[in-house]
Design a protein around this ligand. Structure first.
Ligand SMILES: CC(C)(COP(=O)(O)OP(=O)(O)OC[C@H]1O[C@@H](n2cnc3c(N)ncnc32)[C@H](O)[C@@H]1OP(=O)(O)O)[C@@H](O)C(=O)NCCC(=O)NCCS
Length: 225
């Protein structure tokens, strides 16, 4: 299968949301945090959160790349925050235009009809979000991280991520170092999970750091992973 990478735009938000919801469906952190949200509430929350990033993209503080197949279908995506000097007014714009409030003048009934009925129709006819899973572990995360590294290197900028356990192994191979590993138990926060023990890795990549396939975590972490 042939893939290509393109900049994502606001028009991609719904497809990006579908990919993200599918990618996080086996992530204990995310599942714990969701609590009793319905699928629809999870979708809406994800969509609106991504919209904030996309507004950041219009303001020059963020860029998002999508991996697409030959039909333009989004298989995976990654976002990169840029060092920016947004003024207070711009920051405000990024945040305030992304709440659930509907701007005046829009027809709320038609909007609800689309959100609650039309957008869900493909599922009724057999469309399955979970099929996005077939695109995991095919090197797309690596491809997207390579793209982000390329951009960071061109601007000689360091890159930071907060990676979940599952993703940390990818970043360690892509030139990132672990600054800190935070272990916690989601059950301590009331999550209803069989095993709530998980970690978040705070990681940093210096510009120019080389990729090393098969690279392992340093000893102080390896013992625990
Ligand atoms: C983690 C994630 C980004 C990996 O993307 P991917 O496209 O499946 O990864 P790749 O195929 O490029 O894998 C590259 C390497 O990462 C590591 N890796 C990927 N998925 C892994 C997993 N589930 N468990 C352990 N290591 C994993 C492996 O070392 C893999 O190389 P290998 O397949 O040759 O062993 C993806 O599963 C995902 O979307 N997760 C949810 C969202 C998320 O955590 N995003 C990162 C936010 S910081």
């Amino acid at each position: 299968m042939s893939y290509s990478i393109q900049l994502a735009t606001e028009a991609d938000l719904h497809e990006m949301t579908e990919v993200m919801v599918a990618a996080l469906s086996d992530d204990s952190c995310w599942q714990g945090m969701k609590g009793s949200w319905t699928d629809k509430e999870e979708y809406e929350f994800t969509l609106e959160t991504l919209r904030v990033s996309m507004n950041g993209s219009q303001a020059g503080a963020y860029k998002c790349w999508k991996v697409i197949d030959k039909n333009g279908k989004i298989l995976a995506w990654a976002g990169l925050g840029y060092p920016s000097s947004l003024g207070e007014e711009q920051k405000n714009w990024v945040i305030t235009t992304t709440t659930y409030q509907i701007p005046p003048g829009r027809n709320q009934k038609i909007l609800e009809f689309f959100r609650n009925s039309i957008l869900l129709l493909p599922m009724k006819h057999g469309y399955d979000n979970a099929k996005h899973f077939q695109y995991q572990r095919r090197g797309l995360g690596r491809l997207l991280t390579e793209k982000c590294n390329e951009v960071a290197d061109a601007s000689r900028a360091a890159t930071y991520v907060r990676a979940q356990s599952k993703a940390a192994g990818l970043f360690i191979q892509m030139g990132y170092e672990v600054l800190e590993k935070i272990d916690f138990d989601l059950c301590d926060f009331g999550a209803n999970l069989k095993d709530g023990k998980t970690s978040v890795f705070v990681m940093k990549r210096e510009p120019g750091a080389k990729e090393q396939q098969g690279r392992r975590f340093p000893d102080w972490i390896e013992d625990e992973v």
